[in-house]
Design a protein around this ligand. Structure first.
Ligand code: ZN
Length: 325
């Protein structure tokens, strides 16, 4: 059954399944929670329950409709996202127009809108009336990791469904199944990815080693007094913008492991055996400044600032000793 594939979210799936069982699903939902915790999997499960003819209100996971939802090829289950950094007004207009046409196959249609926090005032206003009074049989699911950035007018028109961070065991189980790896490797990837399923999956993929090496060299550069080493790191890290976002997330997790949660320090990691060493060398004030710098660099990337410039904010703080020595 589709909802069974949504692991570790009994609260969210409970809300959806009870609404389905009494035929009272909302016409607009807002699924919010941390990255990689199963929001889109749950949205697809909802789509299957709405579009499946073999097992209506539940979804069978096996019929043609359910399979096509999983492959993102069902014409009545559309997954949309922003064009670049913004969900543009033209996209919103097209969505409104399309949603007023009849569904292609049955009587139901579902739109899953990813990164809903990227609506600007204009595109949000275009969609408001349709969200409030959607065409018969149309369900909108807005998905976001940052509900606070969503415009209140959009927020208030949706039923909010909160998703929790994935429990460690659920994360390990999903990673082992998807990447055919052993539980200890999956557990370590999950820990390094801060519970983000997507990032953990990247770490287990062949390119994961490169991302990890880049994050580790960040720590080396951070404890070093060498400006050249820091600039070399920034140059290497800014080559791929999408990877850079992941590397910044990874660096944030490593810093928190080192600085905030000292208990973890002694255990070390198989992939990063030198982690405790870096941790012992890193001055707490420096760690604090770097965490703030990472958050700022991520904001810059979100605002489409050139990656090399975004990284400049990381190492510019003056007067903070890099190491304890
Ligand atoms: Zn089905």
């Amino acid at each position: 059954m589709p909802f069974e594939s949504v692991l570790g979210q009994p609260f969210a799936t409970g809300i959806l399944q009870s609404a389905l069982s009494i035929g009272r699903t909302a016409s607009a939902y807002l699924f919010y929670g941390p990255p990689g915790c199963g929001k889109k999997t749950a949205a697809r499960a909802l789509a299957q329950a709405l579009l499946c003819s073999a097992s209506p209100k539940q979804g069978c996971g096996a019929c043609s409709a359910c399979q096509r939802v999983m492959r993102d090829s069902h014409p009545d289950c559309r997954i949309l996202g922003p064009a670049g950094n913004t969900f543009k007004v033209d996209q919103a207009r097209e969505l409104v127009r399309e949603s007023h046409l009849r569904p292609f196959e049955g009587s139901e249609r579902i739109y899953i809108i990813d990164r809903a926090e990227t609506f600007n005032m204009e595109s949000a206003n275009t969609l408001l009336k349709t969200l409030e009074e959607p065409p018969q049989g149309t369900t909108f699911v807005l998905v976001t990791t940052q509900p606070a950035r969503l415009l209140p007018t959009i927020h208030s028109r949706c039923q909010s469904v909160r998703f929790q961070p994935l429990p460690d065991e659920a994360l390990t189980q999903l990673l082992c199944a998807a990447h055919a790896c052993e539980a200890p490797a999956a557990r370590e990837a999950g820990r390094l990815a801060g519970g983000d399923l997507k990032l953990a999956g990247r770490l287990l993929s062949p390119e994961g080693k490169d991302l990890m090496a880049l994050a580790e060299s960040f720590l080396q550069a951070a404890v070093s007094d060498s400006r050249v080493q820091r600039m070399a790191w920034a140059h290497a890290a800014s080559q791929d913008k999408e990877d850079l976002k992941l590397v910044l997330d990874l660096c944030g997790v490593l810093l928190r492991e080192l600085w905030v949660d000292h208990r973890k320090l002694d255990k070390g990691l198989r992939w990063l055996p030198k982690l405790p060493e870096h941790g012992k060398a890193l001055h707490p004030d420096k760690a604090r400044a770097l965490l703030a710098g990472l958050a700022e660099a991520r904001e810059c990337l979100r605002a489409n600032v050139n990656p090399a410039l975004a990284l400049e904010v990381l190492f510019i703080e003056e007067g903070v000793p890099a190491s304890k020595a």
